[in-house]
Every structure is written in C-alpha cells, then in structure tokens.
Design a protein around this ligand. Structure first.
Ligand SMILES: NC(=O)c1ccc[n+]([C@@H]2O[C@H](COP(=O)([O-])OP(=O)(O)OC[C@H]3O[C@@H](n4cnc5c(N)ncnc54)[C@H](O)[C@@H]3O)[C@@H](O)[C@H]2O)c1
Length: 254
C-alpha cells in the first residue's frame, strides 16, 4: 500500500470523475484517491478505466470503474445510479470527459461536427450535472466542470470547441447560482495547454515548439497541475467559492 497523508483531505468522500481514465481525469482520480476519496472513474474506455480502477484499489483501497458514455442519457443515469448504489452518496463530481477538435474554419464545419463535439463537451456536462445535482440536493456537494482557456477567449479555427467550452461556463455559473442554497458549489477550471494523450494525439511533433510560445511561462502544463486545482475546488478549503472559472494556464489568458 502507498502511504497516505495523516489526515486525508477527502477521507470518506465519494468522488465521481467523468473521462477519468486518461489525462487530466486520471491525474484527478489518482490525487483524490491518494487523499482518501472513494473514487468512481466513469469513462467510455473500458480497458484503461479497469486498469486504473484496479491500480487505485490496490494502492488506496477503494475505487470503482463504471463504463460510461456521456453522449448517452441512459448511460449517465446508470453511472449516477450505480455510484449511489455502491456508496450511497456523491460528494464531488468532476465533469471532465471531452473531445478535441481538428482545426477547421467555421464556414467549413458541418452539423455533424457540431453534434459530435457538443454531445460530449456540452450536452454531456449538462446531463451529468442534472443527475449529480439531483443526488446532491439533500446532502450538498461540489461540482467541478473542466472547461478550457478556450472557454474564456476565442481560438482560431476552433469555433465549435470554443462555443462548447464557453457553454460549460454558462452551465457552471447558472447552477452555482441556482443551487448555492442547497449547499452545492459549482465551479470550473480553464486549463491551457496540458500534456495529455488528447494533446499529444493532436499536436504530435509540434508540441514542444507550441508549448514554448503558448503562455508567459513558456511551457506546457502537466495533468497533475490541473488536478491540484480541481481538488482544491472540490475541497472544504474552497467552501466560500462558487461560480468561478479558474484559469490554470501558465498566464495565457493574462
Ligand atoms: N489537454 C489540454 O491541453 C486541455 C486543455 C483545455 C481543456 N482540456 C479539457 O480537459 C478535459 C480532459 O482532456 P484530456 O486532455 O485529459 O484528454 P484525454 O483524451 O487524455 O482524456 C479524455 C477522456 O475522456 C474520455 N471520453 C471521451 N469521450 C467520452 C464519452 N463520450 N464518454 C465518456 N468518456 C469519454 C476519454 O475516453 C478519455 O479517457 C477535456 O474536457 C478537454 O476539453 C484539455
């Protein structure tokens, strides 16, 4: 067993993470599990999700993988129902599952492009939040949505991705306002360029060159650096914080 901190921040808490099998989601699952959470990894990728679930169970004692497709309402409902059946509650939910976009001019993008991206990046977050909030209405909780730097500013040739990530901030702020009195905090992180399979697939050899010019720090972010901010927003240390969109981008938006 890997040794845990003396008073784990998330001891006894149940944390659900969509897209938890890879990249930022995986780093978040690892961090929350290390800090005592009973982690539920929801992802459409069965092999990686099962492998991570087994490793976290071995190292930290409690973790569950639920095969989930956030484009499918029934699958999201099943994800939350199963989490409640196994653990009886959801304290933290991280809506992170997302797809990237191949650069394309807005005028060339098709309705199919729109549907493919929005069904994961915006509708998936919307549907997940509906079920998570329902589960948190009695006991309260914290939701963190993973938007993007592109949720705050435009990005050339990424109109649909940009619209989706802006939309995630709209959902975040609306839900923060609507559910604050239920003890539910809803925040978002807005990562800049982060070294994950998502980005490595997209940028390949151009990654190093781009990273040097993307932000004032002149480097790419690591998934663990985003996970730390997500964990803070989920934690009681952020008890008076709701409705924010936190850039985690090496100063790119600044
Ligand atoms: N990496 C970056 O530079 C960066 C920057 C800003 C925002 N983001 C956002 O961070 C989030 C995570 O991205 P990442 O870089 O870790 O990517 P990643 O590809 O490493 O991980 C994404 C995960 O989401 C899962 N997923 C995709 N579609 C799904 C679906 N329909 N149902 C369930 N799971 C699904 C994938 O299987 C994968 O495990 C995304 O929302 C992305 O838009 C990433």
């Amino acid at each position: 067993m890997v040794s845990a901190p003396e008073t784990p921040r998330f001891a006894g808490k149940v944390a659900l993470i969509t897209g938890g099998a890879s990249g930022i989601g995986r780093a978040t699952a690892e961090l929350l599990a290390r800090e005592g959470a009973r982690v539920v990894i929801a992802d459409r990728c069965r092999e990686e999700g099962n492998a991570l679930g087994s490793r976290l169970r071995r190292d930290h004692g409690d973790a569950l993988f639920i095969e989930t497709d956030v484009t499918c309402p029934d699958s999201i409902e099943a994800m939350v129902t199963r989490t409640l059946r196994e653990h009886g509650r959801i304290d933290c939910a991280v809506n992170n599952a997302g797809l990237s976009e191949t650069p394309i001019d807005l005028t060339d993008a098709t309705p199919q492009h729109w549907t493919r991206l929005m069904s994961v990046n915006l509708r998936g977050v919307f549907l997940s939040m509906q079920h998570e909030i329902q589960a948190m209405l009695e006991s309260g909780g914290a939701i963190v949505n993973v938007s993007s730097r592109t949720g705050l500013v435009g990005k050339p040739r990424h109109a649909i991705y940009t619209a989706g990530k802006h939309g995630v901030l709209g959902l975040t702020r609306s839900a923060a306002v609507d559910y604050a009195r239920h003890g539910i905090r809803v925040n978002a992180v807005c990562p800049g360029l982060v070294r994950t399979p998502f980005v490595e697939r997209k940028l390949g050899d151009r990654l190093g060159e781009l990273a040097a010019t993307m932000n004032p720090m002149g480097r790419i972010g690591e998934p663990e650096e985003i996970a730390e901010c997500i964990a803070w927003l989920c934690s009681d240390a952020a008890s008076f914080v709701t409705g924010i969109a936190l850039p985690v981008d090496g100063g790119a938006v600044a």
